[in-house]
Each structure stands twice: as C-alpha cells, then as structure tokens.
Design a protein around this ligand. Structure first.
Ligand SMILES: Cc1ncc(COP(=O)(O)O)c(C=O)c1O
Ligand SMILES: [Zn+2]
Length: 405
C-alpha cells in the first residue's frame, strides 16, 4: 500500500492553515469553516485502488485519516443505484436507506469518528435531528467512546430510541435544531469533547465522508445531468460537489452534475436566498412545523454553512427548490408503491422536487437524474402514523376475500 501523505486544514474565510493535530474543528483565528487540504495531487489512480468491505473506505486514499488502524467502520456505503421503473426513463434512486443505521449519515460519521480516534478523543458529541445521532451512537459503541447527543425537543420517539439503544447520553433541547447545535458547540468547547455534528462549521472531516456518494454515482453513471439532495444546512451537498470536483480535477469527468438542493417549505433558508438571488443565506425566523423534521434547520448562529451550500449549488449551475408536506408524503407513497423503497418524508423530498421541476419544465425528458433517498421510513412516525390499523378477521377465507376484493 502506498504511503499516505499528510493533510492540512485550511480556513475557507481567512485562508489560515492549521494542522489537524491541533485538534481544532473550526478556524481558531476567525471561526470560519475549515476544509481538508490534501498535500498531494490527485490523479486517476487515487480513487479506486483499495479493496475494503466498506464502500466508504474503498476510497481511503481520498480520505483524511492517516492510519488504517484508526478506522471505525460498520461497512457503510456501497449503496445501490437503482434504475427506477415508475419514475420515467433515466431516473435513478441512490438508496441511502441501505446504510447500517438506515441513513446516509453513516458516511460522514465513519470518517468523523475515525479521525476523532486518530486525534485521541475520549468523548464525542453531536447535535442532530435524529438520523446523524442514531448513526454516531452506533459507531461510538463500536469504538467504545462516550457519546453525548443533543436533539430538538420535538424529535420523534422512534429516532430517540435508536440513539438510546446504542447507549449514548441523549438530551432533548428546548427550541429548534439550532438550539441543540449551539448547546453542543458550546459544551464541546468547554469540556474538550470532539464535536461530530455534521455541519461544516462544526467539523471539517464529516463532509469528506459525504463525497464518497459522488464517487459511487460516478462509477455507475459517469456524470448524470442532475443530482437531487435534501438539505438541512447542506454538508451532504457540499460533499457531493467536492467529490465530483475532485473527479473533474483528476480528468475523469469534464463537468460536474447540476445539483438540486431540496428544502421543506416550512424551513427553507437556502431555497429562499436562491430564489431571491441573494449571495448570503440568512437564518429562518419562524419555528418550523413540518413532517420533514430531519431537514428543518433554521441555521440560527451558523448561517455561513447555508451560504457555502448555496455557493456550491450555483457553481454547479444547479437549483434550490422547496416542497411542502403534502408533496413529500405523496412522494413517500410513490416511492413505496412504485419502487418498493420506503423513505422518510425528508428523504422523499428529492422525488417531490423532481416532480415539481419536471412539471415546470426545468428538468426535461432524456436527462439522467439521480435522486438521493437519504433515510429510511421505518423510523419515521410521520409516515407510519398515517397508515392506520390492519383489519382483524377470523381464519376464514370468505372474510379474507371480502377484504381483498
Ligand atoms: C434523511 C435526511 N436527509 C437529508 C438530511 C440533510 O443533510 P445535511 O446535514 O447534509 O443538510 C438529513 C439530515 O439530518 C437527513 O436526516
Ligand atoms: Zn479563518
């Protein structure tokens, strides 16, 4: 195996260069967003040279962990790219519900926790709308690390229980997701915990895991015309942009797919700024009420993350779109009954946005479209509760026939 060359962190705002060994996760000079800089040039051979049961760690050379013994993996990634039958020619679903804990968050977390182990972490912490913490708690269990979790007060029980199963210390924080975010950021600073919240401001390593989804899409489809991605603050979109950007730098593709960032109408700071032609994203003022709770991020106190996401949407010549609860629920049933894929509403938002953009003529027939379906419906009470009860009958074929006909 080739020797890995070390990495640096570099501030996106003031340009400062910082060593990872400093243990810093955001810029100590200006508070800006750090990004990983690899002290080597990437070429075609850098991408697909390793064999690993994990889809993410197949790309070890492209990731910010220096020593393989620090890897904490649950065999994440390598998710199917499904050619759909019912959604039209050229429409694919990247089924991220197949990750070990049921959402794409296993990609950023396997990288974030492995780097934390490399940096000597004992306690890790995360703010999450549910999926990211359900995932990180599993990885923390595997690595025998203490894990502290803050979730918004209205997080559904099904998601809380997943976190508790793995033994993390979880609290519900009064207020929106942003309140949990700010609590975990402040406490991590105060108590020396490694902050693994998967927002670029909080942690520069997580987004490197997100980019592996782009490599996998490239392997199957080269570069599709569009890739649709649900957005909270948007690190998944930033990571996917970065993945395609690196593939372009290495000469493997000549253009980056147009990225569609999807938000819930009830909490859409990034889509609002996009539509108003603004350069900067401002926080969402109202407390959101939506079934897409996992992407309802008002960005209060870290709107620079939204601005970074918006920048990447524009650089890809993409669009930001918002969809309402009814459109997302309809997309949940459309995916389940047309494709056999059960997604939570936030994850089906990409199909809802696709439907809308197609109606509006922005996506045309014949284009290759990838919809990221980011989380399973099995931990979403919003979808499950709408299904009602199954009828009870005697073991009598006539009663059965009456019900099924
Ligand atoms: C199902 C699902 N999709 C999408 C997202 C958005 O991810 P990001 O953190 O990249 O904004 C989340 C975030 O928690 C999520 O849970
Ligand atoms: Zn800085």
């Amino acid at each position: 195996l080739s020797q890995k060359i070390s990495i640096l962190l570099n501030c996106r705002s003031c340009g400062a260069e910082i060593s990872p060994e400093s243990g810093k996760y955001s810029c100590p000079k200006c508070g800006g967003i750090l990004q990983v800089k690899y002290a080597r040039s990437v070429n075609k051979d850098s991408f697909f040279s390793y064999s690993s049961r994990s889809g993410v760690w197949r790309f070890f050379e492209m990731l910010p962990v220096e020593r393989r013994e620090n890897i904490v993996s649950l065999e994440e990634g390598n998710t199917p790219l499904i050619r759909t039958e019912s959604l039209g020619e050229g429409v694919y679903v990247k089924d991220e519900t197949r990750n070990p804990t049921g959402s794409f968050k296993d990609r950023p977390n396997t990288v974030g926790i492995s780097k934390a182990v490399e940096l000597g972490a004992k306690t890790i912490a995360i703010a999450s709308s549910g999926n990211a913490a359900g995932s990180l708690s599993a990885y923390a269990a595997k690595a025998s690390l203490e894990c502290v979790v803050g979730v918004p007060e209205d997080t559904p029980n099904s998601k809380l229980k997943q976190i508790m199963v793995f033994g993390a210390k979880v609290v519900k924080v009064r207020g929106t997701y942003s309140a949990a975010f700010n609590l975990i950021r402040e406490s991590s600073g105060k108590y020396g915990w490694h902050n693994l919240t998967s927002v670029c401001t909080a942690n520069p390593y997580q987004v490197e895991g997100d980019k592996t989804a782009a490599y996998e899409i490239y392997e199957r489809l080269n570069n599709p015309d569009w890739v649709a991605i649900p957005l909270g603050a948007g690190p998944l979109l930033v990571g996917i942009y970065r993945g395609f950007w690196e593939l372009r730098e290495a000469g493997l593709i000549d253009k980056i797919p147009r990225l569609i960032g999807v938000q819930a109408e009830e909490c859409a700071p990034i889509a609002r700024a996009y539509k108003n032609g603004e350069k900067e994203v401002t926080p969402w003022e109202r407390k959101p009420h939506t079934i897409a709770h996992s992407i309802a991020d008002p960005l209060t106190g870290y709107s620079q993350d939204g601005t970074l996401t918006l920048e990447k949407i524009r650089e890809s010549n993409g669009v930001a779109e918002s969809v309402n609860d009814d459109e997302m629920l309809e997309a949940v049933w459309q995916l389940a009954r047309g494709e056999g894929i059960f997604a939570e509403p936030a994850a089906a938002s990409t199909l809802a946005a696709f439907n809308k953009l197609k109606r509006n003529g922005i996506i045309t027939g014949g284009e290759k479209v990838v919809l990221l379906v980011t989380g399973t419906g099995l931990k979403s009470s919003a979808a499950l509760d709408r299904l009602g009860e199954a009828p009870v009958i005697d073991p009598d074929p006539d009663q059965l026939m009456k019900l099924v006909s």
